[in-house]
Design a protein. Structure first.
Length: 338
């Protein structure tokens, strides 16, 4: 089949997709990922497509221990199991190393590649190499403002600026006056866009605090120190579930009255919302991002489909999770799919 990208694309309105992603198709449990490539979904048999076997690479910027990516990967594995796809997962938070992993996938002559664009400039050349080999490339999670510039076929995720703006408005509703936005990875374009979005709509004062997300004790001590020296902070905005849970500990240690809000979920985070330790979370549905990215490559190869017409991203968020709806989400989070 000719896998070259469509030559012309008409403008289409931005769409928000809902996938018929049957959770029972998740054939393999997810691990923390890492530099080594691994195959997922190999044990699933029910509901598998009868189309020829495909090989697809999913290459992310996952840091070791970041549970968010376990959820992305479970969605990808479910789609791979359904679509008769051999899924090769690899990850590295270093942008240069991530580019090398994409090159490895090209060298393996995979049928498609799904990538995150946390630091898009570092991936520009290798994406061009994939396209030169007629390997379709789609983006997910990070890079909603950059995917078209790099020539990706589709993108699945949330607009991080819009998500940040929504959180800023929520802070206004809560009567917050001063917030600190904690960035766990400097240079990550999506995290920067989140904090910038908060600043755009929040009527109070916003500061940015950079921490080393690969060293959680350091994250805790840095946030604690900030709260001890600035008693006016009444909200800590975390950009990931593990960091929000750590921020809640920092609030206690600092004797601060600040509340904690965050982006993203995991099963521990939903429990913290129920208990009142975390006020709310912005959910971008990472399972859906992984599922749609892999499924889209199967659809493109087998039916020539490309979602969003190549002009609009497929949005998976943002949506708020708080005490009013956390019970509905908690059961899915416990299974590692929300």
């Amino acid at each position: 089949m000719d896998r070259s990208y469509p030559r012309s694309r008409k403008l289409v309105p931005m769409v928000a997709m809902a996938a018929a992603a049957a959770l029972t198709l998740a054939g393999c449990s997810s691990s923390s990922g890492g530099k080594e490539s691994e195959e997922g979904g190999a044990n699933a048999s029910a509901g598998k497509a009868n189309t020829p076997r495909m090989t697809v690479a999913l290459v992310t910027h996952q840091s070791p221990g970041d549970t968010f990516w376990d959820i992305v990967r479970k969605g990808a594995e479910a789609a791979a199991a359904k679509d008769n796809i051999k899924l090769i997962y690899s990850a590295d938070p270093n942008a240069g190393n991530q580019a090398n992993l994409v090159q490895n996938a090209i060298d393996q002559k995979v049928d498609g590649i799904a990538i995150t664009l946390a630091k898009p400039d570092a991936l520009k050349d290798v994406v061009g190499k994939a396209k030169a080999q007629n390997i379709p490339v789609v983006g997910l999670n990070s890079g909603v403002s950059e995917w078209q510039k790099l020539g990706l076929m589709e993108f699945f995720g949330q607009d991080e600026t819009v998500a940040g703006e929504a959180l800023g408005k929520r802070l206004n509703e809560a009567g917050a006056k001063k917030a600190v936005c904690v960035i766990q990875e400097q240079g990550n374009i999506g995290l920067t866009q989140r904090c910038d979005g908060v600043k755009k709509t929040f009527e109070g004062t916003t500061e940015t605090l950079n921490v080393n997300g690969t060293d959680m004790p350091s994250v805790k001590s840095t946030i604690t120190a900030k709260l001890k020296t600035d008693k006016d902070i009444d909200y800590v905005v975390a950009l990931g579930a593990p960091f929000a849970l750590t921020a809640a500990q920092s609030v206690d240690e600092a004797g601060s009255k600040a509340k904690v809000a965050t982006f993203d979920l995991n099963k521990e985070l939903t429990g913290a919302i129920s208990k009142g330790d975390i006020e709310f979370a912005v959910d971008q549905q990472p399972y859906l991002q992984g599922y749609l990215a892999i499924d889209s490559l199967w659809l493109y190869k087998n039916n020539g489909n490309y979602m969003g017409g190549g002009e609009a991203p497929v949005l998976t968020g943002p949506a708020f999770v708080d005490k009013t709806n956390v019970e509905k989400i908690d059961a899915f989070a416990a299974k590692g799919t929300r």
